[in-house]
Write a new protein. Structure first.
Length: 58
């Protein structure tokens, strides 16, 4: 994962992303990547729950 921190407190998932970071252009070149799970990932403590997240700017 890039720039994503996931924590759980019981059944509550909290996602933290630093919006000041940049990781360059996307593969299409149309946007700039801020954060990504880089595909589907398991939620900590809930391995049967998956998340896929991309944060970007145009």
């Amino acid at each position: 994962m890039k720039n994503i921190e996931m924590t759980t407190n019981g059944d509550i998932l909290t996602i933290t992303v630093d919006l000041s970071q940049r990781f360059g252009k996307s593969s299409s070149g149309k946007s700039t990547i801020i954060a990504s799970t880089e595909g589907n990932q398991s939620v900590p403590g809930h391995e049967d729950v998956k998340i896929g997240l991309n944060v970007y700017t145009k």
